[in-house]
Ligand binder design. Structure first.
Ligand code: HAM
Length: 415
């Protein structure tokens, strides 16, 4: 038997997936964001230039794609921010901020574990082309209201940090390297030492308890912000408080991709285990890496749908998607099969959900099927009903039944 690719999954029921996507769409409409879609395959160079060669995603997790007979270096997209920026530039979008969202699969060749897949799905939001820190606040509020007010989740927390402007970060990186070269700092693991030379801020992502202990003594970026950045950082926190969004400041939150600056955040939950972040994002600048002449300050976030599903399933307050009442239509013999299809057709044209059990099974077996599929009513048609142009309508809950004229059936079931 051929099996599915490691780290991918079959969704045998998309009810929750679609419910969350639909709620997200409705939520984004309230904030006046437009839905867009970019291709799943992109040039490898797009991500090399934007995410950074030394990030885990570009360094070790890309799925490369080769068209037969082509030498183009393509890949499956690992995230949506670089493609959205590419689309902004390539399509010459002039109106900013460009408020857009998208929904779709992403691919990363990571080690699969609980909540971590090689093909996963994101709900992605981008606000392209704005410097205003009020947009940072609005984005976080948008996400918090989605989780808390719309999806009624309360099993999560928000952590935020501020990575400063490019100048601040360069100065800070030098200080951090100094620390990592110091007597204390030299005790970190080999991976951290490698990161010191290639992608310094990522040392904070090390899970090794000894490294974490050592890094509590490292300088904090928040103590090394310039005047403007201090003002912006203070403003974001103040406004979040004004808008009643609870958060924790985590100076070691650095994010895994190179394009971030200034405000960054993660929504996390203990329910998810080691992969605790179900939504992450922040402010970024990557237009110039992609060839733009001027910077395009932007911000955005992505929600991992699989992780959001786990969180939703673990939540006590979940507003479960309501399913339409289902009718199981049962021809009692082959002679009534066409009539069953005709009646089903009439009901479906009126928007009623009907499962036609036309597989030639016995009544007992059709009743079992009706129970299994959660039908509210069984609509039985035998020889007598066929002759009298009627249907026997039986409630699957109470067992009560009555014969209803076929012509009155829609009105009867709709009441
Ligand atoms: P990210 O932190 O790499 O950011 O991913 C965002 C979210 O996608 C994560 O918090 C997680 O829920 C989900 N996710 C990531 N990798 C996996 C995986 N292997 N399996 C399952 N879920 C996963 C970004 O992708 C940025 N583009 C976010 C952003 C948008 N920043 C600005 N705009």
């Amino acid at each position: 038997m051929v099996s599915r690719v490691k780290g991918t999954r079959d969704f045998l029921d998309l009810v929750l997936f679609n419910f969350l996507s639909d709620e997200f769409r409705q939520h984004m409409a309230v904030y006046n964001f437009d839905e867009i879609a970019t291709p799943i395959i992109e040039p490898l160079e797009l991500f090399q230039r934007s995410l950074g060669d030394y990030t885990d995603v570009v360094g070790k997790e890309m799925f490369l794609v080769q068209g037969m007979g082509s030498s183009d270096k393509l890949c499956l997209r690992p995230e949506a921010t670089a493609p959205v920026t590419r689309a902004f530039l390539e399509n010459g979008i002039q109106t900013t901020p460009w408020n857009v969202f998208s929904i779709g699969p992403m691919f990363r060749h990571e080690r699969p574990q609980k909540g971590r897949y090689r093909q996963f799905h994101q709900l992605n939001v981008e606000v392209v082309g704005t410097e205003s820190a009020a947009r940072d606040v609005e984005l976080i509020v948008l996400l918090d209201r989605l989780f808390h007010d719309r999806l009624l989740l309360n099993n999560y927390g928000l952590t935020i940090n501020f990575l400063g402007c490019a100048d601040d970060r360069n100065k800070y990186k030098a200080l951090l390297v100094q620390f990592l070269n110091s007597e204390t700092g030299r005790g970190v693991c080999d991976t951290c030492q490698q990161r010191r030379d290639q992608n310094t801020l990522r040392v904070f992502d090390c899970k090794n308890p000894k490294c974490q202990e050592i890094l509590t003594q490292a300088p904090s970026i928040l103590d090394h912000l310039c005047g403007d950045c201090q003002g912006e950082w203070g403003g974001i926190q103040e406004r979040l408080e004004l808008l009643s969004v609870s958060f924790t400041v985590k100076p070691s939150l650095v994010r895994g991709l190179d394009y971030y600056n200034k405000g960054v955040f993660e929504f996390v939950s203990d329910v998810l285990g080691a992969q605790s972040a179900f939504c992450a994002g922040g402010r970024y600048e990557l237009a110039q890496q992609l060839g733009a002449r001027k910077p395009v300050p932007s911000l955005g976030a992505a929600i991992g749908i699989e992780r959001l599903m786990m969180l939703f399933e673990a939540s006590e307050r979940r507003p479960l998607p309501e399913k339409k009442a289902l009718y199981a239509i049962m021809p009692l013999s082959e002679e009534q099969q066409v009539l069953a299809l005709l009646v089903a057709d009439t009901l479906r044209a009126e928007g009623l959900a009907v499962d036609a059990l036309v597989d030639g099974s016995s009544l007992k077996s059709m009743m079992r099927t009706a129970n299994r599929i959660g039908a509210a009513y069984a609509l039985m048609i035998g020889e007598d009903e066929q002759k009298a142009r009627e249907v026997m309508v039986r409630s699957m809950v109470t067992g009560e039944q009555e014969r209803v004229a076929q012509i009155d059936l829609v009105a009867y079931l709709s009441k």
